[in-house]
Ligand binder design. Structure first.
Ligand SMILES: Cc1ncc(COP(=O)(O)O)c(C=O)c1O
Length: 357
């Protein structure tokens, strides 16, 4: 197979061992003689995978009692309205740090009043707003911890006077998280925890059942809790890969180890961006993401963008094109992205500078 360095923003690189065991399970699930895609989700072997997957979430994140982990369909985009349907009675507060947050705001507005407490849209979302006030009369405060497109990240668990809700689609499992500070955490799996097709929701059960509206059965989190996410047919394939991915995280030593590995990779690339006179980072330094590293050609070298892209492609770099709203380059260095790939990109930038600057 062709050797490439996969920096895709999601879906993205997965641990090799997770992919290998998924291939094997598709042939023969759990020694049953039937493939994973052909089993009934009511077989004991599958029920074990579901239970173990939930247990891995609880162990890795240290999820306290009183919370439930759900595995649902519809992607994080479905959570934009599901969160509001379940939690927004009168008013909700949102921090608008990117287009995903803006989309979440749009959906929440269908359920009540939404106060955008601060936005960084004025500078193309290249920073995390500071010094805003969270209204204490809101039902919850919604944040997007990692802004996949712009490469900014809230890298700590904030104190919040009201229920805190976080879209952690692109930084879940990249660092230890104090789950007790959040009422609800959600995200699509297709970055650090598996392929597309399953959405995780970690919810503190006491926040549910407080809204006055009627909800469709599937939209109400309380439908899925007693059924352990098997009220309807669960997406078995992505959940299986999630199970194997989390086993890999655990085997490597858990989230402290992931955090160190991710910081090392991010430092390596940011140091090169800051050193190399042909490139410049786009996010404010204090808010730089350790998952999505965004940069553009520096002044004087703007006309070299296509040349660098071709140069990098030639050397096996995949997925480094920046999002169309930002341009330039974005290297996503999720958990399963090896340090050698980041080193290969750094080498490539250095070589390009030698030849062109
Ligand atoms: C931070 C964030 N939120 C939400 C989404 C949307 O996720 P989905 O495609 O699972 O609906 C994405 C997708 O990349 C994302 O990065």
């Amino acid at each position: 197979m062709k050797k490439v360095h996969n920096f895709n923003a999601g879906p993205c690189v997965l641990p090799k061992q997770a992919v290998e065991s998924a291939i094997e399970a598709i042939r023969d699930f759990d020694g049953t003689g039937i493939g994973l895609l052909e089993i009934s989700h009511r077989t004991p072997g599958w029920e074990r995978v579901m239970a173990e997957t939930e247990q891995l979430w609880i162990e890795l994140l240290g999820i306290p009692a009183g919370y439930k982990v759900l595995f649902l369909g519809g992607g994080a985009s479905t959570q934009f309205f599901m969160v509001a349907a379940n939690l927004l009675n009168k008013k909700a507060a949102y921090l608008q740090t990117g287009v995903w947050a803006k989309k979440a705001v749009k959906e929440a507005k269908m359920f009540g009043e939404v106060e955008v407490v601060a936005s960084s849209e004025d500078r193309t979302y290249c920073y995390i707003p500071k010094n805003y006030t969270i209204p204490t009369d809101a039902d919850y405060f919604h944040i997007t911890t990692n802004n996949t497109i712009y490469g900014t990240e809230i890298k700590y668990d904030m104190d919040c006077p009201i229920n805190l809700v976080a879209d952690m689609s692109s930084d879940i499992m990249s660092r230890p998280v104090d789950v007790s500070k959040y009422a609800l955490i959600y995200g699509g799996a297709q970055k650090n925890v598996g392929p597309a097709g399953v959405t995780f929701v970690i919810v503190r059960e006491d926040v549910l059942g407080k809204v006055e509206r009627q909800m469709s059965t599937m939209v109400d989190y309380r439908t899925h809790i007693p059924e352990s996410s098997m009220f309807n047919t669960p997406p078995v394939f992505p959940i299986f890969v999630m199970h194997e991915t989390l086993k890999w995280v655990k085997e490597l030593g858990g989230l402290e180890v992931m955090h160190k590995m991710n910081n090392d990779k991010a430092d390596l690339l940011y140091n090169e961006i800051d050193r190399n006179k042909m490139f410049v980072g786009t996010a404010d330094k204090e808010d730089r993401s350790i998952m999505n590293i965004c940069f553009v050609m520096a002044e004087g070298y703007k006309d070299k963008e296509a040349d660098f892209m071709a140069f990098a492609k030639e050397r096996g770099m995949v997925g480094i094109k920046g999002h169309r709203s930002v341009g330039g380059f974005r290297a996503s260095t999720y958990n399963a992205c090896p340090k050698e790939s980041v080193q290969a990109l750094v080498d490539c930038m250095q070589e390009f500078e030698k030849l062109n600057a």
